[in-house]
Every structure is written in C-alpha cells, then in structure tokens.
Design a protein around this ligand. Structure first.
Ligand SMILES: Cc1cc2nc3c(=O)[nH]c(=O)nc-3n(C[C@H](O)[C@H](O)[C@H](O)COP(=O)(O)OP(=O)(O)OC[C@H]3O[C@@H](n4cnc5c(N)ncnc54)[C@H](O)[C@@H]3O)c2cc1C
Length: 474
C-alpha cells in the first residue's frame, strides 16, 4: 500500500488524508508526558492550532484528525500495572489491547469488555465507548472505574462515578473532544476456559435463539451471530456461536500463541472479496467444519487476542469499510428485510456481518444503546474511487433510515456518510453535548473532522436553520 504523503495523516479508511501542522508523539515517561503535553497545549492555544488525539487510528471518519492542526500520537504511552488482587488494571491510554492481554494473561486475568479484535488503543476504545462479543454486558464504559483527563485549560482531573461524574459520562464515547485521557482504571475478569457451541438457524429465529442460549444462560460469557452473505440465501441464514464457562476442561490455561489456522483463515476470508464462490466456500467451511477447525474449548484470552491484520485489505485500489447498526431485538428480523433489499441494489461487496448484543447504557452522554440492542456489524470492500464513495454514501443513508425507522441507531466511528438530519435523529442529545463541550473547552481546542462535520456549527443550526435543510441528498 502507498504510504500517506509527508505532512499529511490518514486513518483506517485511507479516505481522509489531509495536511496537518504537526504529528506529535507523546513521550513514554509519565513525567515527561505531562510536562511536554502542557507545553504543547500552550503553544497550540497561542498559535490557534486545533488539536486532535490519535490511538491506533482505526476509526474511519477523520475522528483522529484536526486538519491543519496538531495530531497527538498516544501510542508510545503504554505502561500498565495490576492491583494486588488483580481486579483493577491501571493502564496508560496509548496501550493496545494486544499489549494488555499478554500482561493480564500472565496474572490469570482478562479484559472485561473490548472489541472483537485486539489492535485498538485503550484511549480510542474508551473515547468511542466500544463493545464486543461479551455477552449480556453494556459497552466498555461499564468496566471503567476511573480515568485521568488532561483538559484544554491544562488541568489534570480524575473522573469517576463520584468525581467529575459529568465529565466521566461525556468523555466515554466523547471522541476526544473534552481532553486527553492519560490513564484509565479498568475492572478485569478471570481468564477461563470456555466451551464453544454453535447453532445454525434461519435469521428470523436469531433473536429468540439469542434470548434462549445467551441472555437466559448465566454460563454464556461471549457470543456472536454470523449472517450468510452469499448471493443465494443472502442474509437469510445464521450461525450463533456461544462461549460458556465449563467444568469439563481442567487443564491449565494455554500460553498465548498465534493459531496455526490463521493463514488459512485469512486466505479463505480475502478469497471471498468480489467472489461469490469464495463466499460460498467460507460459509460451507464455517457451517460444516467450524466446530472441528476451531476446537471445542478455547481460553478467553486466546479468543480476544486477534489482530485485525489477519483479515484486513492490503490492496491499494480497495478499502475495507465497516458499518454498524443497533436495533432493538424485536426489530432485528424487520431490519434484515430492509437490508436484503438495500444492499444488493447498490452493488457493494458485503464480506461479513456479525451480530452481537449490547445491553442498555444509561451512563454515557452520547450513548448508542438507550435500550438493549442487537448490533449488526457489516464489513464491505469498497473501491477507492468517487463512484465507490457515492454508492457507499447512498447505501449507508438508506441503511441508517431503516434502522432509525425501527427505533435503532448507527455507530459513529465509521465513515461520515449520515446526513446531519440523520445524525440528530439518532443522537438527539448532540446539541446539549456540544454546549457542554464548549463549557469545558471554550476555545474549541480539541477538534477533529467528525466534530467539524456534525457538531461544530450545531447550536447555530438548531437556532437559525431547520436542521433537515442543512444537508442535501437526504
Ligand atoms: C477492523 C475493525 C474492527 C472493529 N471492531 C469493533 C468492535 O468489535 N466493536 C466496536 O465497538 N468497535 C469496533 N471497531 C471500531 C473501533 O473500536 C474504533 O474505531 C476505536 O476507536 C478504535 O480504537 P483506536 O485506538 O483505533 O482509536 P482512534 O481511531 O485512534 O481514535 C478514536 C477516537 O478516540 C479519540 N482518542 C483516542 N485516544 C484518545 C485519548 N487518549 N484521549 C482522548 N481521546 C482519544 C480520538 O480522538 C478519536 O476521536 C472496529 C474497527 C475496525 C477498523
């Protein structure tokens, strides 16, 4: 893949490259980090340069990029420690889960809530308020005990449910707009053996099956569904995979190692790009051989420790684009009826759909789960051309409408194709969010492309122009 030109930066979509004034890497040592960050923010204020914060940059809509500004790279800041009984991990925000998991593994512990892969930073994960395959759990915010935040005025404050609780709720899922998360305290869980079970079913039955096999089963710790994406039977069949605690397996837990099946999994997955034959092969392998290939038992840390590079695109002319829609469980089948119509009409290549549940999140300000939801995570392969962008934009807007009509929402870290009207329908709390951002960061020091597109002009839009007129094409 071609590198990003000097003086520019980009994110995982490789569709957002823009010039920036400076890419600044945080020092590793906490003392140096605090001093140098304070000086950096002073300089940014004096020179009126906007500041954005980046972790692993797997968001896809310029969420880590302040055009013309300073981009702080948090990745060098990755120290961690565990309290005496192993219950609370203290970790610097630039650490990746792939650093955290081996550390916790050595202590018999594991991450409580994270994404389905381990290539993301702690700070990025908290700022997006991620969720994963963890069953019967709200997003990651529910596993956060506290964090320290460097604010626009240079103060470092501790935020928890008791201290600066408003900031706690704004920063988790706040997309780096309230300051820099320096360090977080996260509750951990034991690393354990899980027994794997798989169930095949017509997609219409998934919601009931999930209720029965996961929500009503206390032993279910992790679970996800996968939808069929072949041309024939498109989004009609599903496999539900459930990981349950077990007393059947008493051997000591295995060391973390790369699976020798990884090269085969990548070949099969990438072989499905642009190929219905490849998609059929993958579905057949998963439905017929899934259990045999994957084994009956797996350690939790082994399951969490997957690098996204195992599956991601390496070709210059294409990019992998994620979408995610949250719908109430009882609307899951109705959403699929729309998706089966919308996606083929736009001719985009859908490679994968996994389905997870997210329990209601009543804490974070920009919560996407105002009730228990089923989340559909869709991975598309897109041409990096104007035509590819247009088709993706049009299809995304239709899928967002379908989810909104059913009382659902869409996820914010991906491509910014939603209209402002759709954004406000999905996140009506956004106007108040912006007012609070300005209260905590009056100079609007912390910005990014997501802020510029959906939030920076919001109060004005709300007062002076009907929001629905602000964006064409919807
Ligand atoms: C292949 C793939 C799979 C994914 N799977 C999942 C999934 O299973 N579940 C899920 O919920 N999401 C998933 N995502 C989305 C992903 O979790 C988010 O994009 C997340 O932000 C990535 O972490 P990051 O370190 O790359 O964050 P970045 O993209 O670097 O940053 C994201 C946001 O956090 C802010 N930020 C970063 N660090 C800090 C900090 N220290 N202080 C304050 N703000 C900060 C940034 O400014 C930005 O707004 C996936 C994305 C990809 C590409």
């Amino acid at each position: 893949m071609r590198p990003v030109p000097a003086g520019q930066t980009d994110d995982a979509s490789r569709l957002n490259a823009v010039p920036v004034d400076e890419l600044w890497a945080i020092p590793e040592s906490p003392r140096d980090a605090e001093q140098e960050l304070a000086a950096l923010l002073n300089r940014a204020r004096q020179d009126q340069l906007p500041v954005s914060i980046s972790g692993a940059r797997h968001s896809m809509g310029g969420h880590t990029i302040a055009p013309g500004g300073i981009v702080i790279n948090m990745l060098p800041f990755r120290g961690m420690s565990l309290d005496e009984d192993g219950a609370v991990l203290t970790v610097q925000a630039g650490a990746l889960w792939s650093d955290v998991i081996p550390f916790l593994d050595r202590h018999g512990r594991s991450v409580a809530i994270m994404q389905s892969d381990s290539s993301f930073s702690v700070g990025g994960s908290l700022s997006v308020n991620v969720h994963g395959w963890q069953a019967n759990r709200p997003p990651i915010s529910s596993s956060v005990k506290a964090f320290s935040l460097l604010m626009a005025d240079g103060r470092i404050v501790r935020c928890s449910r008791k201290e600066n609780s408003q900031l706690f709720n704004l920063v988790l899922g706040g997309y780096g707009l309230f300051g820099i998360i320096l360090e977080a305290e996260l509750w951990t869980v034991p690393n354990e053996w899980y027994e794997v079970s798989r169930y095949s079913m017509p997609a219409e039955r998934f919601s009931r099956a999930y209720q029965e096999h996961v929500r009503e089963d206390e032993a279910a710790e992790m679970a996800f569904g996968r939808l069929r994406v072949t041309e024939s039977g498109f989004l009609e069949d599903m496999i539900l995979t459930v990981y349950r605690t077990t007393d059947q397996k008493t051997d000591s837990l295995p060391p973390l190692t790369a699976s020798n099946l990884d090269p085969l999994r990548r070949t099969v997955f990438r072989g499905s790009v642009g190929s219905d034959y490849g998609k059929r092969l993958r579905w057949t392998l998963e439905t017929r051989l899934g259990e045999k290939l994957g084994g009956r038992f797996v350690a939790r840390n082994q399951l969490l420790d997957t690098d996204v590079s195992l599956f991601t695109n390496r070709k210059e002319e294409q990019t992998d684009i994620l979408h995610e829609y949250f719908v109430p469980s009882n609307q899951f089948a109705a959403f699929l009826v729309h998706a089966r119509d919308i996606i083929p009409r736009h001719g985009l290549d859908l490679l994968n759909v996994t389905v997870r549940d997210v329990q209601q999140d009543t804490e974070t300000f920009m919560s996407y789960a105002d009730q228990d939801m089923l989340a559909l995570v869709m991975l598309f392969s897109q041409a990096r051309t104007e035509a590819g962008e247009e088709s993706m934009r049009d299809m995304t807007r239709e899928l967002i409408d379908a989810s909104l009509d059913l009382g659902g929402r869409y996820y914010l870290p991906y491509r910014p194709h939603a209209t402002l009207d759709q954004f406000l329908q999905a996140y009506p709390q956004a106007t108040e969010f912006v007012a609070l951002k300005r209260a905590h960061d009056p100079g609007e020091l912390f910005t990014n492309q997501f802020y510029d597109k959906y939030l920076s002009h919001l109060n004005m839009a709300a007062e002076e122009a009907p929001v629905s007129n602000r964006e064409s094409g919807h």
